[in-house]
Design a binder for this molecule. Structure first.
Ligand code: PGA
Length: 263
């Protein structure tokens, strides 16, 4: 049975003094032991958020990690630096692919660094609007997965055992225009198909796949009604405690239905 995961991506929002109290409020409003909850604040707020979330069951994630362990990379943050601050890390978000020119090859190396540091990666994939309109969405995501994961699958270390994938169509991020649940589920099926073909032993059947892109309390049900979707990576709405309460509340319904189904 796959877990139900709700991850909050705060992006470049909150200063440290507000991040801790906001995280504590969200933790209190979303207390549900059946939903795996993660909050990913900016780097500079990780320590405050970690302290605020101690004992709540909500995990802390970073939004990025450098592909090298150490070195002359001014302003960057490596995986070993995150140990003790975060247990999860977002890798390959489309905003970083866009703003920082992150390639699949770099993303593959970031995933290696995360695995070696024991950080649980959320690998983001997703197509541009023009690619979807050209009927190439699945091919684009297939290429991103192969680029990020194929080398790890060939290596002795393998990919992180607890990897999570977030399908985030770029045109749905921050636009208020979410994908249809059925389209997200079809992409999740295609992702598991690729994972099987590139060498994941169980054909990706155990891989949690989240949807991301304009998720709100009002539309989360459309995604969680799809058995192929295991939760959400939430941006804008994740800064609002009311929205997070609604999103995690709905996620709890799916989590308990899954638990009941396996007895
Ligand atoms: P959004 O962002 O929910 O604001 O669309 C999602 C994401 O970028 O992870």
């Amino acid at each position: 049975m796959r877990p139900v995961i709700i991850a909050a991506n705060w992006k470049m929002h909150t200063v440290p003094s507000e991040a801790g109290p906001l995280a504590a409020t969200i933790a209190a409003r979303t207390a549900d032991p059946d939903v795996s909850r993660v909050i990913c604040p900016p780097f500079v707020a990780l320590a405050d958020v970690r302290d605020a979330l101690a004992g709540t069951g909500v995990a802390v994630g970073a939004q990025n990690v450098h592909h090298e362990l150490a070195g002359a990379h001014t302003g960057e943050v490596s995986a070993p630096m995150l140990v003790g601050l975060a247990t999860w890390v977002i890798v390959g978000h489309s905003e970083r692919r866009r703003d920082n020119g992150e390639t699949d090859e770099l993303i593959a190396r970031k995933l290696d660094r995360a695995r070696d540091a024991g950080l649980r990666p959320i690998l983001c994939v997703g197509e541009q609007l023009a690619e979807r309109e050209a009927g190439r969405a699945e091919a684009v995501v297939d290429g991103q997965l192969r680029g990020a994961l194929a080398a790890a699958l060939r290596s002795d270390a393998g990919p992180a055992p607890d990897l999570v994938i977030a399908y985030e169509p770029v045109w749905a991020i921050g636009t208020g225009r979410n994908a249809f649940g059925s389209d997200a589920a079809a992409m999740a099926d295609a992702i598991r198909d690729t994972l099987g073909r590139i060498g994941f032993v169980d054909g990706g059947a155990g891989m949690p796949i989240l949807y991301g892109g304009s998720v709100t309390a009002a539309n989360i049900g459309e995604f969680l009604a799809e058995p192929a979707i295991d939760g959400a990576l939430v941006g804008g709405a994740s800064l609002k405690p009311d929205e997070m309460a609604g999103i995690v509340g709905r996620a709890g319904v799916t989590a308990r239905a899954r638990l009941a189904a396996v007895g």
